[in-house]
Design a protein around this ligand. Structure first.
Ligand code: URA
Ligand code: SF4
Length: 212
């Protein structure tokens, strides 16, 4: 790791629960993304759940609110969770990268995808969440989450919707809700949302079945 990106490891507390991690992440300097962001956005949800959902990184609204999935992508995710019969309050929601990466264009902050080194620098936080929450099933929302969780490049179209082995857990890869927002026509959006719902159902069934 270069000096710009030493990685988050030295900021991650070795003990304590998620609340302790959430506090500590505000001091993280594991990569340069903390500089321009308002705050780190850590995961949210009960600590005793079997299902964890991982997104990419906080967006503009999440960066301001300090909570994951409260903006437009969160709206789509809420609809999909409800359709899949999953209570949002009964999952742990987090992101592969904890600080918002963006470009300023006039007054707007335009989302920029994190690069692989950002995903790697931030990985110790995700690892710590996995260890503390210990979910049976991890849903990867999009390619960034899949790369972070599975540690390799993943083609969503090829691997989505089927339980994948992840040590003693199961991972289910699906699309990112933002990809649905970007679709132009209504029929395409509806079909993409149905696809996300189907994949979430697979994850919920695996969690119920006691994937381990
Ligand atoms: N997109 C994400 O991946 N995560 C969020 O928290 C919000 C939007
Ligand atoms: Fe640390 Fe992750 Fe924020 Fe980088 S993005 S400063 S590694 S919390």
């Amino acid at each position: 790791m270069d000096r710009e990106r030493p990685g988050a490891q030295e900021w991650v507390p070795g003990d304590g629960g998620v609340a302790r991690l959430r506090e500590a992440v505000q001091g993280c300097r594991g990569c340069e993304l903390w500089r321009d962001a308002t705050q780190a956005v850590f995961g949210d949800g009960p600590a005793d759940v079997r299902l964890m959902l991982v997104g990419e990184q906080p967006g503009d609204r999440e960066d301001l609110a300090g909570e994951p999935f409260v903006g437009p992508a969160g709206g789509i995710l809420d609809r999909a969770l409800e359709a899949a019969g999953i209570d949002r309050d009964q999952v742990y929601l987090t992101n592969a990268v904890k600080h918002f990466r963006f470009e300023e264009r006039g007054k707007r902050r335009i989302h920029r995808k994190p690069d692989v080194p950002h995903i790697e620098a931030c990985h110790p936080w995700l690892d710590a969440e996995l260890e503390r929450i210990d979910p049976a099933v991890v849903v990867c929302l999009g390619a960034t989450a899949a790369r972070a969780v599975l540690g390799r490049a993943v083609k969503i179209g090829e691997e989505r919707g089927a339980p994948l082995g992840l040590g003693d857990r199961v991972a289910v890869v699906t699309v990112h809700p933002s990809s649905i927002l970007r679709l132009r026509d209504r029929a395409g959006r509806d079909a993409a949302l149905d696809g996300l719902v189907d994949d979430l159902r697979v994850a919920a069934a695996a969690a119920r079945a006691g994937a381990r």
